[in-house]
Design a protein around this ligand. Structure first.
Ligand code: HPA
Length: 266
């Protein structure tokens, strides 16, 4: 961790980010538009390379709406074969850099039948269905306690502020429960019915590990899902990664405007 932080501080002239943003599939453009310093993950000591399609894989530092921000343009996923500890390492790095608020974004499939592709959903709570936990292993009390509370990961004050921003922009934003599966296979229709029974509104393959670690470290978390598809395939319709990227591309302007407004109001 010391090597990672020293390297980043040198490359960013000791830039001090207050807010971290993890940009999900197809949502990375914010980091192209606002970029003061950019470091490819592959150059950072102890970081892992991002391999998934539609992701760039770099840490981008910028000032947006008066806030110092560090963005992950592309995240690492559990389904790529990395360990839970590896995929959440960047959250610990952000904590060490001074980040207090973390905005997690993703592309997700709709489980709630009233959601349509290109809707945005604030994450109210999550269900960890990945079958493991990023905090398994020896605990480092420098970051947090052994048995951390998880009753309000996605802070209500941040969600209310985000709702106000959305309403001012004329965006109809949903609020719901995100269920994370490991992936990389998409869900079967039976699994989507199960997710609905369990109280989920959207499904995806990310975010939950980072949210658990951020909350454990005492960071304030806001989560936003871009609904990219109706997860429950109907009438033999099939789901592809291309469709997910296509919808997030259509949603990205709305998404970027919302993030900038949220940052201005933090
Ligand atoms: N399921 C899981 N992950 C996803 C989906 C989905 O339908 N869409 C985007 N990410």
């Amino acid at each position: 961790m010391e090597d990672t932080i020293k390297f980043i501080n040198e490359r960013t002239e000791n830039f001090k980010p207050q807010v971290g943003i993890i940009l999900g599939s197809g949502l990375g453009e914010l980091a192209d538009e606002y970029c003061k310093f950019a470091i490819p993950y592959s150059e950072i000591p102890n970081f892992i390379k991002s391999t998934v399609q539609g992701h760039k894989g770099r840490l981008v530092f910028a000032e947006i709406a008066g806030k110092n921000v560090v963005m992950m343009q592309g995240r690492n996923h559990f389904y790529e074969g990395h360990s839970m500890h590896e995929i959440t390492y960047p959250v610990r790095v952000m904590k060490k850099l001074g980040v207090e608020t973390l905005i997690l974004t993703n592309a997700a499939g709709a489980v709630n039948e009233s959601y349509v592709p290109s809707d945005l959903m604030l994450i109210k709570d999550h269900i960890n269905f990945m079958g493991t936990n990023p905090l398994i292993g020896p605990n480092n009390p420098d970051f947090g306690e052994r048995f951390p509370d998880m009753t309000e990961i996605y802070r209500k004050d941040l969600r209310n502020a985000a709702k106000k921003c959305a309403s001012e922009l004329g965006i109809d934003i949903k609020e719901g429960v995100y269920l994370a599966n490991s992936g990389p296979s998409y869900e079967t229709p039976a699994e989507i019915r199960m997710a609905r029974l369990l109280g989920a509104d959207a499904v995806g393959m990310s975010t939950v590990p980072e949210a658990i670690v951020a909350n454990y470290c005492g960071m304030r978390v806001l989560g936003i899902s871009c609904i990219s598809n109706t997860a429950s395939t109907h009438d033999g319709e099939k789901l592809s990664h291309a469709e997910v990227i296509d919808t997030t591309n259509k949603t990205k302007e709305k998404f970027k405007a919302l993030i900038v407004k949220i940052l201005a109001n933090l």
